[in-house]
Design a protein around this ligand. Sequence first.
Ligand SMILES: NC(=O)c1ccc[n+]([C@@H]2O[C@H](COP(=O)([O-])OP(=O)(O)OC[C@H]3O[C@@H](n4cnc5c(N)ncnc54)[C@H](O)[C@@H]3O)[C@@H](O)[C@H]2O)c1
Ligand SMILES: N[C@@H](CCC=O)C(=O)O
Length: 567
Amino acid sequence: MYNLCRQAQRVKSLPNSLQFGSLVSVEKVPNLSVKNEPILGYLPGSKELKELESALKKTASNVEDVPIVIGDEEIRTKNVKYQVMPHNHSKKIAQYYYATPDLIQKAIKTATEAQKKWDRVPMSERINMWMKAADLMATKYRAQLNATTMLGQAKVVIQAEIDSACELIDFVRFNAHFANELADYSPISPNPKEGKNSLRYRGIDGFIAAVSPFNFTAIGGNLSYTPALMGNGVLWKPSDTALLSNYTIFKIMREVGVPAGVVNFVPALGPDFGDTITNSEHLAGINFTGSVPTFSRLWRQVGEKLRIYRNFPRLIGECGGKNYHLVHSSADVTSVVNGTIRSAFEYSGQKCSACSRAYIPKSLWPKVKEGLLSVRDQLLVGDVTDVKSFTSAVIDKVAFDRIKGYIDYARSSNKHEIIGGGECDDSQGYFVQPTIIVCKDPSDKIMKEEIFGPVLTIYVYEDKDVESVIENLSSATPYALTGAIFAQDEKFARSAIEKLKMTAGNFYVNDKSTGSVVGQQPFGGARMSGTNDKAGGPHYVLRWANPQSIKETFVPLTDVIYPYMKG
Ligand SMILES: NC(=O)c1ccc[n+]([C@@H]2O[C@H](COP(=O)([O-])OP(=O)(O)OC[C@H]3O[C@@H](n4cnc5c(N)ncnc54)[C@H](O)[C@@H]3O)[C@@H](O)[C@H]2O)c1
Ligand SMILES: N[C@@H](CCC=O)C(=O)O
């Protein structure tokens, strides 16, 4: 109706003030295509293995000094900390410093100021920087990213390669690509000669706090640099136990031209950081990945302080899981055994997606048990630099004690039987052997709580009770991160995928519950596993955008009276 009125008022010659045309252009980088970074093989004699060996030597023989970086200032406080190798904890690889609350305030001011200028840098320029960074990560810095991740976070070669090389590079490239694709949408402009509607993507005024976990180098890079890509100013608080790999990412992004102050590298004591950012009126968002208790605390603090903020802070939190493998009597046993071993024990069960509980039908149990135990017995748990190691130590003393606590609990209870592993030794490194426990009670705490270590608990069920197992597993835990079913019976699989719909943000059929790939399985859990914003998917970038609709009118408004009023 309103547009019709405007047409009725159209005049042939426009006053000068309305003749300058559109002010808005949303440009796109042409011919930008992306694909997943290939996983390199590291076979004996390969170029990549030689480069990795030399980077490992260099990282191991040095204690790198990692400053706090705020704007272009490197800062060292008196609160000195060290990052050690989890598999050999007397060896330091980095010296770093905790920021005081005053320094965190300074970083807030710096990021908030930097955001204003950075947001004016055209998106296409930012995208080009990201593509350049991904290329450097794939080439010049690949070995360094992997070596710092292996030694600092206790990953064996393949686990580092899929994280600190491939997933990191994929996040950087795909997010740049998804940001570029945003330009494909333009709102409807019903009559382009009379007016134009546009949507442009701004950052959020204020700052974003990126708080990252220890277990994926790639996640640190994604949490901090995706908000930056979208025009935000960021404070990145890395995990203490992922310092060196995360600092490597920070330096690469500076090298490709991300200006000082856009992302500030702020290691700090968790509560100091959380308390300071949630007390700032400029808090525009928290991009968090880690445990439920930490995210709950941040959420509560934001709620309590809501009236002080200039924006409603965006809260993204990807948290823990109690991921399951549900095996049907029609399943292929080899897939079950190999998939479950990989999911439960790769990276010592410290992937948020790791299988921690498995439900096996009695009819398959003898074969599955034999398979699991014989494969488990061959797994070498050792030094990350030994190519024969399947996995290595857990991350630190706190994790070691927590995991050992669950194993001790199982050992002392008559509801549980430890059928494989169970040995823990922290004399040189924080080593926990891959442990398989059979539990007679599907509602026991060991079937419900996140352990975040190499502990797989199995409930063996009567084949006829599969429906009640589905019911139990759906409600046993507050989490809904990943889950898998193994079945060759199509009718069962079709029904299970519906009944289990709400139990996992990432669901697998005849595949293990770990190993999502950017652009292939966008990642995130529901319920208390997180806000499910699907990192690695096309919509993630939008969570860090502050879009502005602009309507420009090229014809004058000549009357206030509508035609029908004139009779
Ligand atoms: N859903 C996912 O995508 C995903 C991915 C990786 C890890 N995780 C989860 O992360 C957890 C393991 O990681 P973690 O041990 O590093 O988690 P964590 O919660 O202990 O720590 C995460 C980050 O929060 C910081 N922190 C701690 N207290 C804080 C506070 N009061 N305020 C602000 N920051 C604070 C830590 O220093 C760290 O940087 C597991 O629960 C795992 O399932 C989830
Ligand atoms: N993307 C990884 C999990 C990341 C969490 O730790 C996977 O799917 O295994």
